[in-house]
Design a protein around this ligand. Structure first.
Ligand code: P6P
Length: 335
């Protein structure tokens, strides 16, 4: 029975039983979880809070910034800068890193986040989420953007909060994946899943089909075989889902299996993909692997990719292990 385990109890037990959790990392995760509660309150207010719509500005990705994108970013910065657990933060919404001001103590961790992923769904009331990733400031130098350029396998924690019918925090500290649902009456995170496992096989794929004509052959081959169903080479029918909110699609996969793909396509051939490596693909890949799934960019394990830029993009294929391995094999065969 998991419902009597709070987030605090889980983190204290991990600290006691699993050397990867330090008191500073426990504090970091508790503060991020508290910030997600504040973001949830703003998200749930919607028009009543005057937080819908766009600001008329663009973020570093050249994407239109929603009011809630900026609010969520500010909530995370303000919640984390004074705690003494961080050296700096990096966000999809900020060009450069945010170094903890000298008026506060500096810690050993680096926090990266997409404060509100899927924000194109905000105004149509579809699930959105906050994604976060935690690294250690290892280079012993003055903290800089370079301090963040570590492969995803160096993450010490990662997670997301999905703002949907439930508000659910999903977390890994390298010891499996757990889920906490927000109990709004108590205002506390209550464990609702203690051993998240992704089935190795699936009959459900998630991809934006409108881009089909732009895909590389291995992706087209895989999806064509899924669409061929029972009469085709896969010998079974497939279902499709595409929420256009990575957090919501990944949450479904962690909950019941599936494969999520945002591959390279020829619309912008110079870009490896749409999604960002450091604060979208890496944290999701860490969670998926910790739940028994797989995550590649079509060719290599996402967690092994050596980053060169803070906001670099990457192709993403993640979810049920056997399906991800099939898609990756098709890419290797094509090469
Ligand atoms: P498209 C949301 O904007 C996002 O970054 C991910 O959350 C989502 O998976 C993807 O983009 C949706 O992209 O091209 O289908 O709108």
């Amino acid at each position: 029975m998991t419902h009597n385990v709070s987030l605090t109890r889980y983190l204290i037990e991990q600290q006691r039983d699993n050397g990867r959790i330090t008191p500073q990392l426990r504090l970091l995760i508790e503060i991020v979880a508290r910030a997600c509660k504040r973001i949830a309150i703003n998200v749930n207010k919607g028009e009543l809070g005057g937080v819908l719509g766009s600001l008329g500005t663009e973020n570093v990705q050249g994407e239109v910034q929603k009011k809630l994108d900026v609010i969520a970013n500010e909530v995370l910065i303000e919640a984390n800068e004074w705690g003494g657990h961080l050296a700096a933060m990096a966000s999809e919404e900020m060009d450069d890193i945010y170094t903890v001001p000298n008026r506060y103590p500096h810690g050993e961790y680096l926090l990266l986040f997409d404060p509100l992923d899927g924000s194109s769904n905000i105004d149509v009331n579809v699930s959105i989420g906050t994604i976060f990733s935690v690294l250690q400031h290892r280079d012993g130098q003055e903290v800089s953007a370079k301090s963040f350029l570590q492969p995803g396998c160096e993450q010490v924690a990662a997670g997301y909060c999905v703002y949907g019918p439930q508000t659910t925090l999903v977390l890994t500290v390298g010891n499996g994946v757990v889920m906490f649902t927000l109990d709004r009456e108590q205002g506390s995170w209550v464990m609702t899943e203690d051993k998240v496992r992704i089935p190795e096989d699936t009959k459900e794929f998630a991809i934006n089909m409108s881009n089909m004509r732009h895909w590389a052959p291995p992706v087209k081959r895989y999806i064509d075989e899924c669409l061929a169903g029972k009469e085709g080479p896969r010998g079974k029918d497939f279902n499709m889902r595409w929420i256009a909110s990575m957090v919501a699609d990944v949450h479904r996969i962690l909950t019941r299996g599936g494969i999520f793909m945002y591959p390279w396509d020829k619309r912008e051939p110079g870009k490896p993909g749409k999604l960002r490596l450091m604060y979208e693909a890496n944290p999701m890949a860490f969670l998926v692997e910790q739940a028994g799934g797989a995550a590649t960019d079509g060719r290599q394990r996402i967690l092994d990719i050596p980053p060169t830029e803070l906001h670099q993009r990457v192709a993403v294929v993640l979810g049920s292990k056997n399906e991800v391995e099939r898609v990756t094999a098709y890419h290797h065969e094509a090469a």
